[in-house]
Structure formats: C-alpha cells, structure tokens
Design a protein around this ligand. Structure first.
Ligand code: NAP
Length: 293
C-alpha cells in the first residue's frame, strides 16, 4: 500500500462496520476522508472514534442518504462546493433486508440504496477525478451475488428481501465492471474496481429477525473475520498499485469468507456484458441521469 497525502476520498456508510474500518485505513494512508453518512449523530460519534485511533486523521462529515435521489444530488452539490478534485470514491454503504420494503419513490429499498444511489453518486462526481491510475472507484459487492440474478420486471423479486439483496449486490458488480469497460474504452486512467469483504459481524444483520440472525450465525460464525480484516479488500483496491481496473477482489481463505485479499470468484452471469448495459440504461432511467464518461 502506498502512502498518500493531500488526496481526497469519499467513503459511503463510513460510520459503521466495514465502512468505519475503511475510513480508518484511508485516514491512516494520509487521505482527507469525507464520511458520507445518513445520520449526523452516528457520523459524529464515528469521527471521534477514528480520531481516537488516528489522531492525525483529516475528516469531514457530509450527509448522504443513498435511498433518496434528492439527498444524493444534495450531497454531490455540497461536495463540489467544497472540493475541486476527488481521488477515491468507495461505494461501501449497504443494507440487508429479509422483508419487502420500498423507498419513497416505490423502488425496492436494497436496489435503491445499494445500487441506484451509488450509480447516481458516481455519475455526479465522475468528472472530478484526476486522469491518473491512482484515481479509483471501488464498489462493494458480496458473496451473495453468486447465486443471484436480475429481475428487472419485478425488482422486489417476488417480495423476497433475501433474493433482492443478492440482486442488488450483483448490480453493484455489474455496474463496477461496466464502468471500467467504459472508462477503458474512453482512454481514461481512472479505474473502477469491485470487491467483496467476505463475512464479518457488522451492523448489516441488525434488520433481520432474531431467528434468521441466529440461524445465519450458526452456519457461518466460524468463517467470519473482523470488520478490520473485511475492510482490507476495499483498502487494497483503493490503494495498491498492483490492482487491475475491472478486477474483482476479496478474501481467498475458506469459502472466500476470510483471508488474504486477491482476485475473487464471480457469478458467470457477469460475462454477459449486454446485461450490464441493460442495467446501466435502467439505472439512467430510474435516476433520470445520463451517465457521461
Ligand atoms: N458484513 C458482511 O458480512 C458483508 C458481506 C458481504 C458484503 N457486505 C457489504 O459491505 C458493505 C458494508 O456493510 P457492513 O457489513 O459494514 O454493514 P453495516 O455495519 O450495517 O454498515 C453499513 C453502513 O451503510 C450505511 N447505510 C445504510 N443505508 C444507508 C443509506 N440509505 N444512506 C447512506 N448510508 C447508508 C449504514 O448507516 P447507518 O449506520 O445509519 O445504518 C452504515 O454506515 C455493504 O455494502 C454490504 O452489502 C458486508
């Protein structure tokens, strides 16, 4: 990992779990980190905790609710008013729901938060990256994408929250891959990379009912690693000079749940570039935003 200074990074969902540890890592690497969080109160507490670990950390909190396109536009406007460049964007925030929920626009909440919000955020900030191979967009997927498919005619996936989570994380991966193909085709040095963190006991499972959580814990507890280790693929993708644009990184240990970071296993559906383009067009329509590269 190379040491940076005077560079700006955004981490979405910086106040908890993997995003918190990613913020610590980016601050430690010398970045000024914008903590993009939906709760100012939680973000302020997280900022104090980062500073307790890294007293030299340079941090700013800006409000961002990814499930609300107006909030995403407000965040981008506030960011542009304060900064002239962006070096690293880490699309980390996410939710896992086993119940069917929608946002104020009636869009399935996990697709809206995990994918659409990040799609719009990236589209609104893409022109701020220096044309440099150290410029990075990192999008978090999940092992859960491996058994997933897209259900564009019914984003609620038959009101099944678990299936919709997989779909949203597949969308994060398809988006990150397509973004890198388009950047490469335009001759840009900016890289889009995708990662998954393996498994860690973060706040992600708090919305599940107790029985589902206990059952899940029983199945995977031995395989989990810490949130600090789960942040390593994101930090590797953001900071290492060994990465390749368009690559998907994650832990390489048992069942890819923990261990050293390297190239991770994708769902073969990711080879369907036509599907990624369909998702791109759908996302442009749903956000009412042309994504120009
Ligand atoms: N932990 C795992 O085992 C695991 C496995 C695979 C993939 N992942 C992925 O890793 C990423 C980080 O999750 P985590 O495990 O660290 O979970 P976490 O502890 O629950 O953290 C998620 C973060 O996202 C934020 N967030 C949720 N909805 C948001 C919204 N509408 N707008 C802005 N921020 C929002 C949360 O804010 P609040 O605190 O306000 O809720 C929190 O800061 C997610 O993309 C998740 O899908 C995690």
């Amino acid at each position: 990992m190379s040491k940076q200074s005077g560079k700006v990074a955004i981490v979405t969902g910086a106040n908890n779990g993997i995003g918190f540890e990613t913020t610590v890592g980016m601050a430690e690497a010398g970045f000024h980190v914008v903590m993009a969080c939906r709760s100012l109160e939680k973000a302020a507490a997280a900022k104090a905790s980062v500073l307790a670990r890294i007293p030299s950390a340079s941090l700013e909190i800006l409000v961002l609710d990814l499930s609300d396109l107006t909030s995403v536009r407000g965040f981008a406007q506030a960011f542009r008013a304060r900064y002239s460049t962006l070096d690293v964007l880490i699309n980390n925030a996410g939710i896992l729901l086993y119940s069917a929920q929608t946002n104020a626009d009636g869009v399935e909440l996990q697709f809206a938060t995990n994918h659409l919000g990040h799609f719009l955020l990236t589209a609104l900030l893409i022109d701020m990256f220096p044309d440099d191979s150290a410029s990075r967009i990192v999008s978090l997927s999940s092992i859960a994408h491996k058994n997933a498919n897209t259900h564009f005619d019914d984003l609620t996936c038959g009101q099944d929250g678990g299936v919709a989570y997989g779909q949203s994380k597949l969308a994060c991966l398809l988006f990150g891959d397509e973004l890198d193909r388009q950047l490469t085709a335009s001759g840009k040095s900016l890289k889009s990379l995708t990662v998954h963190p393996g498994g860690s006991d973060s706040g992600l499972f708090n919305d599940l009912d107790e029985a589902t959580r206990a059952n899940m814990k029983e199945q995977v507890e031995q395989l989990l690693h810490s949130n600090e280790d789960a942040a390593k693929p994101s930090l590797f993708a953001a900071l290492s000079d060994q990465v390749k644009g368009g690559e998907y990184y994650g832990p390489t240990g048992p069942e890819e749940m923990s261990g050293k970071t390297w190239v991770a296993t994708r769902n073969p559906i990711c080879d369907d570039h036509g599907l990624a383009k369909r998702l791109w067009r759908l996302s442009e329509e749903m956000t009412d935003q042309t994504f120009a590269i």
